[in-house]
Design a protein. Structure first.
Length: 279
């Protein structure tokens, strides 16, 4: 069963890097240089001259005020914008220069809303993700066993046959996390998946996600500086109009971090930076 105390233990996983420059021990998984994104129904670009180097097997958090283009960037990388936008600039994912169907097949996307199908059970919602993309080599029985194992990991095994409307908000997000994990992709893009939850549930799900997404490349969009500091191995702020990205220092301590005086100072610097973007 789901036990948040296990995920909030004092064990020390390997530390993430504390800066955004290229690091010899970490490969770049997503490399964006001079990125320009404009919706075709808008004369002005949303993003311009955007540069990011996102390291593999690492959590990268992106902050910025509403409407600055954070979600647009993630949706573009996930292949969800199609021909709605114009993109210029260099972008490579896992050393592939074009965002082909093959590249997108390596990406899982978790939205702010849980997007569970209300007419399907929790188990069937998790299994649904296995029906998209490349055909699974697993049998139906093996897929069901894998889905039930994931539901056990997120503490929802006893709710496998429940409908989404029978679950609390936190339980629904855990189901959505299990569905994301079911895809077993090396890259996970997360667009504020915890923002609508209460503080305690959000904290528990942050810990759970860190535990279950080890060895994945995770890009997390958030409005919460504290969440970013707890989880980030890299931290970018998108600011300006059109938006560009600035890298900020994060502590060297392992994630998820316990908040200390250094974290408080960084949180204040983030807030100061965000406030300047509203002036």
């Amino acid at each position: 069963m789901f036990d948040s105390t296990k995920l909030d233990s004092t064990k020390q996983p390997a530390s993430h890097p504390s800066h955004c420059e290229a690091i010899e021990s970490l490969d770049e998984c997503i490399d964006i240089r001079g990125g320009y994104l404009r919706y075709l129904d808008n004369a002005q670009p949303t993003i311009e001259k955007l540069t990011m180097q996102i390291h593999a097997k690492n959590w990268t958090c992106i902050l910025g005020k509403s409407g600055c283009g954070k979600s647009s960037l993630l949706r573009y990388l996930a292949g969800l914008l199609g021909d709605k936008v114009e993109w210029r600039g260099a972008v490579s994912i896992q050393n592939q220069q074009s965002l082909s169907a093959e590249v997108h097949s390596q990406i899982a996307y978790m939205a702010q809303q849980d997007l569970l199908m209300p007419w399907l059970s929790v188990l069937d919602n998790v299994l649904l993700s296995s029906q998209f993309g490349e055909a699974s080599s697993l049998s139906k029985e093996q897929l069901t066993s894998k889905a039930l194992e994931l539901l056990e990991q997120v503490g929802l095994r006893d709710h496998a046959q429940s409908l989404p409307q029978q679950l609390s908000g936190g339980m629904r997000q855990r189901a959505a996390l299990a569905r994301t994990l079911m895809q077993d992709k090396p890259i996970v893009l997360m667009d504020e998946p915890f923002s609508a939850l209460d503080a305690v549930t959000r904290h528990r799900l942050q810990n759970l996600a860190c535990e279950l997404l080890k060895e994945k490349t995770v890009v997390l969009i958030t409005h919460d500086p504290q969440e970013a500091i707890r989880l980030a191995g890299q931290l970018y702020i998108m600011s300006g109009s059109p938006a560009r990205a600035v890298c900020l220092h994060v502590p060297k301590s392992p994630t998820p971090r316990k908040l200390d005086a250094e974290c408080a100072q960084i949180q204040q610097s983030i807030l100061d930076s965000l406030e300047r973007d509203y002036e």
